[in-house]
Ligand binder design. Structure first.
Ligand SMILES: NC(=O)c1ccc[n+]([C@@H]2O[C@H](COP(=O)([O-])OP(=O)(O)OC[C@H]3O[C@@H](n4cnc5c(N)ncnc54)[C@H](OP(=O)(O)O)[C@@H]3O)[C@@H](O)[C@H]2O)c1
Length: 327
């Protein structure tokens, strides 16, 4: 059992290594791969220092699984070498998510799709995973036809560079220096920015369309319609989503609460309102404020929060690998 992490030094890659250790996955080798900038540095795993290697065409030889935590461009660049090695590639980028022969998997919802892979399995978009974890228990009672969602996305969703930019801007403001922005399109410190991704012709961003396109594939609901607004907020980690869900037949708030409370990987929270701080650094999606939608006959409104580096990326990818190993 040999596992490679491509992009091991990034926000997601680091978390993958931690998740493998936490979940006690037996591995004969963990190979840490990143850019030439990181080669020779080390990362701790089970008390040992593992040396990071520069990823190249030979890096994947002998591996059984490669967990991908690099950009779309690098994911596409390395895929031919991963395929040639025979390893299964579980990718966190959006490069292959909508391809017909690439399963898009959240193990608690559609784990069995992973078994139909042809060498590549995609991890869905982070806000999409967290939202789908909250609404899938409702969809199991009655199929969902429409979702209207607003996301509140943490800066670490843009990688380590996003965290650094928030910290640098807060310091600059406190010290009276000029604030500069490069990762985000405007100042994110003490602000929120309703613009994540690039614009499509329909006025929605690429990030916003993922909720519909990927939600359809995960829930096996090809006609699902989603209107989504994605907002970046000055929160370190854990994304939150306000969602209104319309079902084919009426689902009462109590039915939804029971289903969410019973579902694997979600926690029903009724004694207070879940928050990103509370849900940081753990794998469960918290769901609260479940109530009737006042605009829709068969509608429910809810609020959910989940750590997007863990359940929205690293932990979900590691769970996919575990699913394959156990089936
Ligand atoms: N952050 C999230 O919450 C999140 C959630 C879901 C999905 N994702 C997706 O996961 C992927 C990784 O995101 P991230 O947030 O972890 O990004 P990140 O923190 O910016 O890390 C990027 C990683 O890519 C590596 N890299 C850069 N150039 C490379 C090269 N030439 N060869 C090999 N590796 C190279 C970097 O290595 P160096 O350190 O050596 O530069 C680093 O390990 C992206 O596709 C992202 O969209 C992220």
């Amino acid at each position: 059992m040999k596992i490679g992490i491509l992009g091991a030094t990034g926000a997601v890659g680091r978390q993958m290594l931690e998740c493998i250790e936490e979940r006690n996955i037996e591995a004969d080798e963990i190979r840490l791969l990143a850019s030439a900038r990181s080669a020779g540095r080390t990362m701790k795993y089970k008390g040992e220092e593992l040396v990071i290697q520069e990823a190249n065409e030979h890096s994947f030889e002998g591996l059984d699984y490669v967990l991908g935590a690099v950009s779309n461009a690098f994911s596409k660049q390395f895929l031919p070498y991963i395929k040639a090695s025979g390893a299964v590639y579980i990718d966190n980028s959006s490069a292959f998510r909508l391809e017909d022969d690439v399963p898009l998997v959240v193990p608690e919802i559609n784990g069995e799709d992973a078994l139909k892979h042809h060498g590549v399995i995609a991890n869905p978009n982070c806000s999409t995973i967290i939202t789908m974890m909250a609404v899938a228990p409702i969809a199991r009672i009655s199929p969902i036809t429409k979702i209207t969602a607003t996301t509140f996305q943490a800066v670490s969703g843009a990688g380590i560079g996003g965290l650094q930019e928030l910290n640098a801007q807060v310091s600059a403001i406190h010290e009276g220096r000029e604030v500069t922005a490069s990762v985000f399109p405007q100042q994110i410190a003490f602000n929120c920015i309703a613009e994540i991704g690039s614009y499509n012709d329909n006025g929605y961003t690429t990030e916003e369309m993922k909720m519909q396109n990927e939600g359809r594939k995960i829930l096996h609901l090809p006609d699902l319609k989603v209107t989504c607004t994605c907002v970046r907020v000055p929160v370190y980690r854990s994304h939150s989503i306000s969602a209104s869900v319309v079902t084919e037949t009426k689902v009462t708030p109590d039915q939804a609460r029971q289903a969410i409370a019973a579902a694997e990987g979600t926690k029903l929270v009724e004694d207070h309102v879940p928050s990103p701080l509370e849900t940081s650094n753990q794998d469960i999606v918290y769901v609260g404020r479940i109530r009737e939608d006042l605009c829709e006959e068969n509608g429910l409104a809810l609020w959910c929060c989940g750590d997007q580096i863990r359940k929205g990326a690293a932990a979900n990818a590691v769970q996919i690998m575990e699913y394959l190993l156990s089936h």
